[in-house]
Design a protein around this ligand. Structure first.
Ligand SMILES: CC(C)(COP(=O)(O)OP(=O)(O)OC[C@H]1O[C@@H](n2cnc3c(N)ncnc32)[C@H](O)[C@@H]1OP(=O)(O)O)[C@@H](O)C(=O)NCCC(=O)NCCS
Length: 169
């Protein structure tokens, strides 16, 4: 139970869902013509930011990206689609799932090339965490993703680095 959060009107997954389409150009690539993972990662962070900000209705910061899978190479000339949606919300944090697909600009088969889970935290003007609206779940798929997100968030909390924790070094 969280009074500050539960006082806010809930918002559905589709309300904050965001999608970005990008053509991969030579400056995104290494000498083999494959796109750098970092180029994909930057776009993942941007689209997750948009989704989180839409859900929170306040500014957000990236707290962690604890899982990124690059499933297949992306090439110069591919059109890459980054699809982001909220899977789980805590008090001030949100887990954003970004699914990345690609197809040649000239047309062809769309491939599932990557996936990431990004945790964004809503903050006020001073950078202090603020409560986010509850997530309204519309179907069994969204309920399943929420439960999986909750378990990931718990695992994240257990393993997280804390700057004030005693250092092993
Ligand atoms: C993220 C940040 C706002 C958290 O602030 P904090 O003072 O540690 O706040 P708290 O410990 O109260 O945590 C607030 C929420 O963030 C979550 N959180 C904090 N650090 C996290 C991390 N590394 N990964 C996932 N969640 C995290 C907490 O679980 C908590 O979630 P909840 O409210 O839903 O329960 C702060 O660490 C920060 O500003 N970091 C820098 C963010 C940034 O600049 N990103 C861009 C990098 S260039």
């Amino acid at each position: 139970m969280n009074a500050a959060r539960d006082a806010l009107p809930s918002a559905g997954v589709e309300e904050s869902r965001a999608s970005v389409v990008r053509l991969m150009v030579p400056t995104d690539a290494n000498f083999m013509g494959n796109v750098f993972g970092g180029s994909i990662l930057a776009e993942i962070d941007r689209v997750a930011f948009v989704t989180a900000q839409r859900h929170a209705r306040s500014t957000v910061v990236t707290a962690s990206i604890d899982r990124v899978d690059f499933l297949q190479p992306v090439h110069v000339g591919d059109v890459v689609d980054f699809d982001a949606r909220v899977t789980w919300v805590g008090r001030t944090s949100m887990e954003i799932w970004v699914r990345v697909t690609a197809e040649p600009a000239s047309g062809g088969t769309r491939r599932h090339v990557g996936e990431a889970f990004v945790t964004m935290v809503a903050v006020d003007a001073s950078g202090h965490p603020v409560a986010v609206p509850p997530l309204a779940l519309a179907n069994d798929e969204e309920r399943r993703r929420y439960e999986e997100g909750r378990l990931r968030a718990e695992a994240r909390g257990r393993t997280r680095h804390r700057s004030n924790a005693p250092s092993s070094r």
